[in-house]
Design a binder for this molecule. Structure first.
Ligand SMILES: NC(=O)c1ccc[n+]([C@@H]2O[C@H](COP(=O)([O-])OP(=O)(O)OC[C@H]3O[C@@H](n4cnc5c(N)ncnc54)[C@H](OP(=O)(O)O)[C@@H]3O)[C@@H](O)[C@H]2O)c1
Length: 323
């Protein structure tokens, strides 16, 4: 089968389309013929050798795909060949992928393969940040960084669907327009305005209850400055670099909370929660309260171009690869 392989860590140019053996289904898992592959920011870190799970070149990036089950391994009783699914996987940038059965989500007929691959990681990350790590609902105010990105656009819509007041930060006016059209109450172009000052202005000095921050170093300290009393900053990535060490004592005056989040904590340990949250988000898709914004679709062979685009900060919403 065709797959993207890198034989050394580095820039997007290390990604090459090559022929590799088709994987064989294992006990407890499924073999999926991928129709669409999701691109995530973490894939770029993996390619650089900077992800939490270290790459072992020759290696293949990719953590999610949607397609049709081709074979099920021994002991799998809840899935069968022919089922349309989305799955958490590894080495997803290929024509086929393997996934343990508990990390496979059956797709409703109404959800296309493109939406299935766009959905799994980014929407469920946004959902669990808002509802498992933090709490979101009427009367609560949420600030979403990278609000025109994959996780960001999902978070804006899910927070609005929950009844919260939602602010976001982005780096261009085009992204301001997109995030606003997704329902945000206010979007701050941080290249022009200091986001913490704007947040304090918009909240009459009170601050926000919850911040979703995957940028890290450039946003963390300022985020703490614009949290409301008992506010909560959920740190779930570091696209702008690792934060400086935190002196926990500085949280006391406003009784603040900082927490980390990694979606695999849910998907590896709580399969029921994964499926339940997926069902809730599928329902929001059906109701039109959640729309997936597919920013661009690339052929699998152009994975390097997809990475360049994502790292350039020009991308919006979800990027997909078609094998
Ligand atoms: N913890 C988890 O389980 C989990 C799961 C999924 C994603 N994540 C994290 O969530 C973040 C967003 O992921 P995504 O896939 O949805 O990507 P994305 O938000 O679509 O793309 C990244 C965006 O980050 C912003 N950014 C800020 N500083 C950046 C920098 N130095 N270089 C590049 N981009 C920068 C840019 O938006 P602006 O131009 O508007 O600033 C850029 O468009 C990533 O940090 C990712 O690792 C974590």
């Amino acid at each position: 089968m065709k797959a993207i392989v890198f034989d050394r860590v580095g820039g997007p140019e290390v990604l090459a389309l090559v022929d590799v053996p088709k994987p064989e289904v294992r006990a407890g898992g499924v073999l999926i013929k991928s129709h669409t592959i999701g691109v995530n920011f973490a894939d770029t870190r993996f390619r650089q050798g900077q992800y939490a799970v270290p790459a072992k070149p020759p290696d293949t990036p990719g953590m999610e795909a949607a397609g049709v089950i081709e074979a099920v391994g021994a002991g799998v009783t809840n899935l069968r060949p022919g089922m349309r699914v989305a799955a958490f996987t590894s080495k997803a940038y290929a024509e086929y992928c393997l996934s343990p059965s508990f990390m496979v989500v059956p797709l409703p007929d109404s959800v296309s393969f493109n939406d299935g691959a766009a959905f799994l990681i980014q929407v469920l990350t946004a959902y669990h940040l808002l509802h498992t790590v933090g709490s979101t609902g009427p009367g609560r105010t949420v600030l979403v960084h990278s609000a025109a990105g994959g996780v960001g656009l999902a978070a804006v819509q899910l927070a609005k669907a929950a009844g919260a007041r939602v602010f976001g930060t982005v780096s261009s006016d085009d992204k301001v327009a997109l995030a606003k059209s997704s329902g945000a109450d206010a979007i701050i172009n941080y290249t022009r305005d200091k986001f913490a000052d704007e947040v304090l202005r918009l909240t009459d000095g009170r601050g926000v209850d919850l911040i979703l921050d995957a940028v890290g170093k450039p946003t963390f300290e300022e985020g703490l400055r614009c949290l409301a009393p008992f506010g909560h900053l959920a740190l779930y990535g570091r696209s702008g670099g690792a934060t400086d060490p935190l002196n926990v004592a500085t949280l006391s005056p406003k009784s603040l909370k900082v927490s980390g989040f990694s979606l695999p904590t849910i998907t590896r340990n709580f399969p029921d929660k994964t499926r339940e949250s997926a069902e809730r988000c599928f329902a929001l898709l059906r109701e039109g309260k959640l729309k997936l914004h597919i920013g661009k679709i690339f052929p699998l062979a152009e994975a390097a171009e997809a990475h360049r685009y994502l790292e350039s900060r020009q991308s919006t919403g979800k990027l997909l690869l078609i094998p």
